[in-house]
Each structure stands twice: as structure tokens, then as C-alpha cells.
Design a protein around this ligand. Structure first.
Ligand code: SAH
Length: 244
């Protein structure tokens, strides 16, 4: 398994010190692939100082404008949060989360996504993830510093790598679909559901989120996405366009 296939993604970090501390936490656990989404200040001396010897990770880190861009080539993304969401998002314990990521990394790129220091990840950002994980804490004081959360998850990833990898579901001849492919499918699905009058464009969020959950649980292969899109194309051909 290639370690570079496991990406740690920090969304909108505002303190450069946290970026450096996250790099240090990663390097100590053998991880090397850091992606920053729209960091407030980067590069920065403070990040280098807090990296304390892990500045090589900072030098190689990828900077993206959006989370969508950061995850495009990944086939698995797991979000982290200290909060339970109102919609019951598929959740994994930190150890199970690490195992999934290590298994997934044998088949391509995977990502573990961390949120903003103040506000965490938005629901729309969690929509881009197939699962999320919460590190158990004191319920009355559940919010960890983001670099501390990276440290704990990096440790879980190191432990998971030491365990024998379980075989991934799915067939050997069709790779798992990337998140960019899955996103393309979701957009297509939404268009067709609106065209056939099943989805009300005035109130689309909950239905789509529930469908995301369903398909995320299934772990779609590339071939399956192609079949589903083929069905949507065939359905679309039989339906008069609403807005044209
Ligand atoms: N007040 C924010 C907390 C953000 S803490 C909120 O309500 O979401 C910054 C980031 O650190 C979070 O987005 C998450 O990625 C990580 N984090 C903090 N505490 C965590 C915990 N208990 N479990 C998992 N991730 C956590």
C-alpha cells in the first residue's frame, strides 16, 4: 500500500501554526500527503516553526481552491467532526475509519478531511464525504484543536497499517469510481429527477442527501457509475425537457 495515497485535507485553516503542527503530527506517524483547501495564510514562517522538522511535508503539500478540487481524484473521503449531525450521516469509529482508509489506499487515493478551527465542516462539505468519524471526548468539551485531531487520526492510521488488510469489496477488473465521477453522476441524477417531476427544485436538499447516503454506502465502482448514467441518459431521452 502506498502511503502517499492517504491524503490529509485541511479545509480553510486560519492559523498557520496549525498547518505546521498537523504536518509534524503526520510525519511522526509516517504520513506524507497534506492538502490545504484555501488556507488563510500559507506559506508562513509560523507553519515552518511548528512543523519542527516536518517542513518537507509543507514544501510538497498541495494547495487547492475548493474541497471538490482536493477530492476529485480520490475514491473515498471521510470527514471528521466533533458534532453529531441532525441527519444521521454514516459514521465510523476512528479505528474503523482508519481501516477503511488503509484498505481503500491499496486501490487509489483516499482522503481524511478536517474542518475549520472555529466552525468545522459545513453540511455541504460533509456531502462530499462518504462517512464521517468522531474522536470520543468529554461530552461537555468535545472540540479538539485541529492538529491534535490530525495527530490522533494519524496514529489510528499507523495502527491500521500494521494490521493485515481485508480484501476490498467489488471486483478486480473495475476500479472504484472517483469522487469526481460520483459527483458527475449525482448532478446527472438530480437533473433527471427534476425533469421527471420527482424532485422539487425548490426543496431538493434532503432527498439528494438521502440518495448520496444510499450510494455512498454502496461504494460504487466505475463500471456501475457508467451503468447508472446510461440508465439516466435513457430515461432523459424519454422525457420532455422542462425548461427548454
Ligand atoms: N466548533 C467546531 C469545531 C471545529 S474543531 C465545530 O463545531 O465543528 C476543528 C476541526 O478539528 C474539526 O472540523 C475536525 O476536523 C477536528 N476535530 C475537532 N474535534 C474533533 C473530534 N472530537 N473528533 C473528530 N474531529 C475533531
Amino acid at each position: 500500500m502506498s502511503l502517499t495515497n492517504i491524503r490529509i485535507v485541511l479545509v480553510n485553516p486560519s492559523h498557520p501554526g496549525n498547518i505546521g503542527a498537523a504536518a509534524r503530527a503526520m510525519k511522526a506517524m509516517g504520513l506524507e500527503s497534506l492538502t490545504l483547501v484555501a488556507p488563510k495564510i500559507f506559506p508562513s514562517e509560523e507553519a515552518v516553526a511548528r512543523a519542527a522538522g516536518a517542513e518537507d511535508l509543507l514544501g510538497r503539500c498541495r494547495v487547492c481552491a475548493t474541497l471538490q478540487e482536493a477530492l476529485a481524484s480520490c475514491h473515498l473521503a471521510i470527514g471528521t467532526s466533533n458534532r453529531q449531525r441532525t441527519i444521521d450521516w454514516p459514521m465510523l469509529e476512528p479505528g474503523a475509519c482508519a481501516q477503511r482508509l488503509v484498505e481503500g489506499a491499496a486501490h487509489g487515493e483516499v482522503a481524511l478531511v478536517f474542518g475549520r478551527e472555529r466552525t468545522g465542516l459545513t453540511n455541504a462539505e460533509l456531502d462530499r464525504c462518504q462517512f464521517f468519524t468522531t474522536i470520543p471526548t468529554n461530552p461537555a468539551f468535545s472540540s479538539l484543536n485541529v492538529a491534535a485531531a490530525v495527530q490522533i487520526m494519524a496514529y489510528e492510521l499507523m495502527r491500521a497499517r500494521a494490521e493485515p488488510a481485508a480484501p476490498l469489496q467489488g471486483s478486480a477488473d473495475s476500479p472504484p469510481a472517483t469522487l469526481a465521477e460520483i459527483q458527475g453522476y449525482y448532478q446527472h441524477l438530480e437533473e433527471i429527477l427534476i425533469a421527471i417531476g420527482f424532485l422539487d427544485p425548490e426543496n431538493p436538499r434532503k432527498l439528494m442527501r438521502r440518495l448520496y447516503r444510499l450510494f455512498n454506502r454502496a461504494g460504487l465502482e466505475q463500471r456501475e457509475v457508467n451503468i447508472l448514467r446510461g440508465i439516466l441518459t435513457a430515461v432523459g431521452e424519454g422525457v420532455p425537457r422542462r425548461h427548454s
